[in-house]
Design a protein around this ligand. Structure first.
Ligand code: FPP
Ligand code: K
Ligand code: ZN
Length: 482
């Protein structure tokens, strides 16, 4: 085998299996297929920083996957640990309480923290309406009279904060449904709509570093200043906002509606790899793949909008490459590491694609074979992502947080559920497809989780319970803007 340049080349062990199966104190638990307990059969001989990170991650995960880690107890007949339901519930209740001063950087993500907590609790079967008064009191001061919600008190409106606020209000219901100034929201969204069809995440400020300081990870959005399309379509469809554009750059440029040019814009976000980026010309990433597909599926039936605006074989190929063995978890982009949150951002793309490939609505039966390994993802989530004291995480060795708790649970729920569309919809306008989704428990043969570990499914586009999405939409329809 030739040496490549002057880089270190480590030749793969010709018999890696026997190497890893040297007698060890703890034997792999029974019921676990070899693909989840051994290094991959083909190993890249070129060692780079990337492969080192991959190997280190794999070695960290293996004891958890094999069921031999000292923290693990209660493995089922498939060698999979139980969901620590009560501990996760406790963790999420705590996540909605006070934070020590070290968390000040999260101040700009307060609507998100409310959303992650509520959505996680909803999946775990808790009643989220109990938080109604507190959520309203928390979010009310974040709404700006000129439309939208900021990330915290006194902050400029941001499309992601507005998305999280609207979803949280949908989950608490009641007076929460009336909190949003929908007229101002419509005007604000019209102002952040761009002549190229996309949405900026806020007004102005994209070159103002103060926003960057203020917003932590959301700053990616301010630097590239688009990426708001999914958040916008979620808000528009749940609040039944008019599609006609109010004053703003987009209308000045001749666009007529909030959806004008949007599918074409998303199409330009599909990259040479087949994945989808947050804005044309940048790197494909799982978080934006979900946002783009969910956004398209809000606008129309997947089998029509995906086929028209995406190269589906390329997309399927890129999405499939996000899953790796033995970990079973998903990565967000090429050559990067598995991370529990992509269980949703990437895993949540599969039900949408499966529905698109299925064609017409009405197929209540899950497809005979899945496009990804539900078993692998379930194993990664339950074995590698659960914190000892509750909460879920990116990977072993990382701390739990409410963002990962929410999206890892959402990914687990996607592996347990068959999402399909029906011929009936709660609405009769252009968003009828978005409100025609139903979910039923999947009884696939490769279910490896225990019976008691089923989660309440979320709407696959809105990421809140179906009934809450429908309730907000119907309430809004009953309260037309004059
Ligand atoms: C890279 O992080 C992450 C991104 C480029 C996107 C982050 C955005 C989201 C998670 C959510 C977007 C969705 C909405 C609804 C606003 P990294 O480099 O730390 O991670 P990686 O190595 O896994 O790519
Ligand atoms: K990451
Ligand atoms: Zn993550």
């Amino acid at each position: 085998m030739p040496l490549i340049g002057r880089r270190r080349v480590r030749f793969p062990n010709p018999n890696p299996v026997s190497q890893s199966q040297k007698p060890k104190k703890k034997m792999t638990r029974p019921g676990i297929p070899a693909i989840f307990t051994q290094p991959p059969a083909i190993i890249d001989p070129l060692i780079t920083e990337t492969t080192d990170l991959h190997n280190a991650t794999r070695d960290k995960c293996l004891p958890f996957l094999k069921g031999t880690h000292s923290s693990q107890a209660d493995l089922n007949q498939h060698g999979v640990p139980a969901l620590k339901r009560d501990l996760h519930v406790g963790y999420l209740y705590d996540s909605l309480e006070d934070y020590p001063s070290g968390f000040v950087a999260m101040d700009a993500s307060r609507p998100w923290m409310v959303y992650w907590g509520l959505a996680g609790l909803a999946m775990l079967g808790e009643d989220t309406s109990q938080f109604r008064e507190r959520v309203i009191a928390t979010l009310r001061p974040m709404q700006n009279p000129s439309g939208g919600f900021g990330g915290g008190h006194g902050q400029t409106s941001h499309i992601a904060g507005s998305y999280a606020a609207v979803l949280s209000l949908a989950m608490v219901g009641g007076e929460g449904l009336a909190l949003v100034d929908r007229h101002a929201m419509w005007q604000w969204l019209s102002r952040v709509k761009q002549p190229d069809g996309g949405f900026r995440v806020g007004e102005g400020g994209e070159e103002d570093v103060r926003y960057v300081k203020q917003r932590g990870w959301l700053d990616f959005d301010f630097l590239t200043f688009r990426r708001g399309a999914y958040c916008a379509m979620t808000i528009i469809s749940l609040l039944d906002l008019p599609l006609t554009l109010a004053d703003g750059q987009a209308r000045d440029a001749g666009l007529e509606t909030l959806t004008s040019g949007l599918p074409q814009y998303l199409s330009r976000c599909q990259t040479f790899e087949g994945g989808i980026s947050g804005s044309p010309g940048s790197e494909a990433h799982g978080a934006y793949a979900f946002c783009a597909l969910a956004c398209l599926a809000i606008m129309g039936p997947p089998e029509e909008v995906f086929t028209r605006h995406m190269d589906i074989p390329m997309l399927v190929s890129w999405l499939s490459a996000r899953q790796s063995a033995p970990e079973g978890g998903l990565s967000g982009r090429t050559n990067k590491l598995v991370d529990g949150c992509y269980s949703h951002w990437v895993g949540g793309c599969w039900p949408l694609l499966e529905s698109s490939l299925d064609g017409k609505p009405g197929s209540t039966e899950p497809p005979a074979s899945s496009l990804f390994s539900r078993e692998g993802l379930t194993r990664y989530i339950l074995a590698c992502c659960q914190g000892n004291d509750g909460g879920l995480r990116d990977k072993p060795g990382k701390h739990v947080d409410s963002y990962h708790t929410c999206y890892v649970l959402a990914g687990l729920s996607a592996t347990q559920t068959h999402h399909y569309r029906t011929d009936s919809s709660a609405v009769s306008d252009g968003f009828s497809s978005a409100f025609s989704w139903k979910s039923s428990p999947s009884h696939a043969e490769d279910n490896v989780f225990s019976k008691g570990d089923r989660l309440t499914p979320l709407h696959p586009l809105y990421l809140i319970p179906h009934k809450d999405a429908e309730r907000m939409r119907l309430w809004s329809q009953d309260h037309p803007l004059v």
